[in-house]
Design a protein around this ligand. Structure first.
Ligand SMILES: Cc1cc2nc3c(=O)[nH]c(=O)nc-3n(C[C@H](O)[C@H](O)[C@H](O)COP(=O)(O)O)c2cc1C
Length: 207
């Protein structure tokens, strides 16, 4: 798959995850090695960890924590979400334990308060997460981030997995083969509307 195709068609896959196909560890290893090449700010690179969960009972417990927060959120705000997107999110979260692998990227050390160090902290995690997602896509797998448990149950999931208090779970990714190979680029806002020149909200012509 060429770079532009991978970069523009790596979607959050929720409905097309193959719950029944095993994800071999050597395939995941290849994706994690690619993710290791992502940029990270100075010493933050040494603070990053992946925790991969395959155990059925552990996945079920993590999924239940995610569902609890997600269901409460949908009950309150579900009417504001487009019906198709809501149905897709519900299908995903209600079946989370069926996903072969849950990958939890973690950072040793809690996030700092100031913008400079916060930028370095989260900015040292998401390039690796995205590279991992791109590498999965290139190999016929898909993923979606699912972070509902971080709202109310980060500590519960930490206790379940033995994650120390000073380690933050940055996110959680559901990883599986996809039941289809072709995905399309998503609709995004017009580039001209989100690009400013020389001053805030000063739009201009794009080349
Ligand atoms: C930081 C971050 C957090 C996200 N959290 C969730 C989540 O909790 N549940 C979920 O279904 N998708 C989550 N997503 C996926 C977004 O909803 C998704 O990227 C967005 O809908 C755009 O769709 P696309 O990825 O297919 O382009 C998250 C994405 C990011 C980058």
């Amino acid at each position: 798959m060429d770079a532009e195709t991978v970069l523009t068609t790596t979607r959050s896959v929720r409905r097309k995850l193959d719950f029944d196909r095993d994800v071999p560890q050597d395939v995941l290893d290849g994706c994690l090695r690619i993710a290791q090449q992502a940029p990270a700010a100075g010493s933050m690179a040494a603070q990053f960890r992946w925790l991969l969960v395959r155990d059925a009972a552990t996945k079920a417990a993590i999924a239940a924590y995610n569902r609890e927060t997600a269901e409460a959120s949908w009950a309150k705000y579900g009417h504001l979400v487009e019906a198709r997107a809501l149905a897709s999110a519900q299908h995903f979260v209600r079946n989370l334990e069926r996903v072969p692998v849950l990958a939890i990227p973690c950072m040793i050390g809690r996030p700092p308060a100031d913008a400079f160090t916060q930028s370095a902290y989260f900015g040292s995690a998401y390039p690796a997460i995205w590279s991992f997602q791109l590498a999965l896509r290139d190999r016929g797998l898909g993923s979606s981030i699912c972070g509902y448990h971080l709202q109310d149950h980060e500590a519960d999931v930490a206790a379940l997995l033995g994650i120390p208090d000073d380690v933050m779970q940055i996110s959680l990714l559901a990883v599986a083969y996809t039941t289809q190979r072709d995905f399309r680029p998503a609709t995004r806002p017009a580039l001209a509307d989100i690009t400013y020149f020389d001053a805030w909200e000063r739009t201009g012509s794009l080349g």
